[in-house]
Ligand binder design. Structure first.
Ligand code: BYC
Length: 323
């Protein structure tokens, strides 16, 4: 492939050199810049998965919107779920700047050709789950996503800045809800502990497989799409979360968890990686339910898409007549 610039025609090797140089100097790659096909594919894969996760992520929390214990809690939860819809939309837009088509991405999600985060395949059994999702799931999301604000692809990095600001409100609302519950009755404290027990390991799995089993990390780090490996971010999350658990007075369900003076990090146990594989491959507790719901919502929205297309066609025809 060649590309014509003001300086003349550049061949593939020169384009690649120019791209590598920009990555090395931490300059952003923008949609109209030349980029290797693998870089584009990797970004579409990661951004689409991320967008799908935000959209599917509305379901476990949406489950509690009609049963929130007070108007205040309902308003907070509603705002959070709406933010997630917004995050999905920014991210689909970022994927579109790479030439992806949003309708196709949705189709790939509902036909299981693309993934979404494993974490959203677990059920939300009590209202304490809403607090624990904010604390642990959004806490993990922040750890993972703050470095993505420095990702090498401009539209993705810029979308992440706004998303991270909202994620930090999500994390705070979860922690505040849990603080309120642990100051309540013994039964409420038990609910918080039970939810923590169920969400801890799936939250650690959000960061992906261990580095040795992560086929994409090395190349994504070289392209500066990812800034840290899965294990580095998982460690950062554990270090950040243990003192928060202590402040809440809950126990994290890992007997191996202890401060390692030499490493100056917490040691922790090994998540059940076979469970992550199962959940990613479609066999988690709620995979079928989540996808069926998404598929139904997509089908129910068909008339809106048809109406918008008909309106656009009418307008175009009217403009044609006026010309
Ligand atoms: N779940 O080589 P690896 C949120 C897949 S939204 C499912 O390490 P990579 C929130 C991986 O895709 C949360 N799949 O991959 C929303 C790959 O498969 P493919 C989502 C997983 O991309 C609402 C294969 O396993 N966050 O926080 O280098 C409410 C090998 O993995 C998972 C993002 O999407 C998993 N947990 O690293 C509240 C952040 N882990 O694609 C909260 C952006 C791995 O080769 N994404 N896989 O078929 C990332 O940072 C990276 O894509 C990952 C994986 C760290 C997730």
């Amino acid at each position: 492939m060649t590309m014509t610039t003001t300086a003349g025609r550049l061949d593939d090797a020169e384009l690649q050199r120019h791209f590598d140089d920009r990555i090395t100097h931490d300059q952003r790659i923008e949609p109209r810049d030349w980029m290797p096909e693998g870089y584009r594919r990797t970004l579409v894969r990661q951004i689409a998965q991320h967008a799908h996760s935000e959209i599917i992520g509305m379901q476990p929390e949406g489950n509690w919107l009609g049963r929130a214990p007070s108007l205040r809690r309902k308003a907070i939860l509603l705002a959070k779920v709406q933010d997630e819809a917004g995050h999905g939309l920014y991210l689909y837009s970022a994927a579109e700047t790479l030439g992806a088509d949003r309708a196709e991405l949705t189709d790939k999600l509902i036909t299981r050709q693309q993934k979404y985060s494993s974490i959203f395949n677990y059920p939300t059994l009590t209202f304490a789950d809403i607090g624990v999702i904010g604390w642990l799931v959004d806490g993990a999301a922040i750890c993972n996503q703050v470095p993505l604000c420095r990702s090498s692809f401009g539209p993705y990095a810029r979308a992440m800045v706004r998303i991270c600001k909202e994620e930090s409100f999500h994390q705070r609302q979860g922690y505040e809800l849990l603080m309120t519950m642990v100051r309540g009755t013994a039964e409420q404290r038990e609910m918080v502990q039970d939810a923590t027990n169920r969400w801890w390991w799936p939250s650690l799995m959000m960061f992906g497989p261990p580095d040795g089993d992560s086929p994409n990390t090395q190349q994504s780090m070289a392209w500066r799409i990812k800034r840290h490996t899965n294990d580095e971010l998982r460690q950062r999350f554990v270090d950040m979360t243990v003192p928060q658990a202590e402040a809440l007075g809950v126990t994290l369900p890992d007997p191996a968890l202890r401060w390692n003076q030499e490493r100056e990090h917490y040691d922790f146990g090994e998540p059940d990686w076979s469970e992550l594989k199962r959940v990613i491959s479609g066999d988690g507790p709620c995979n079928a339910e989540r996808l069926a719901r998404r598929r139904a919502a997509h089908e129910e929205g068909q008339w809106v898409r048809d109406a918008a297309a008909a309106h656009a066609a009418k307008r175009a025809a009217r403009e044609e007549v006026m010309r």
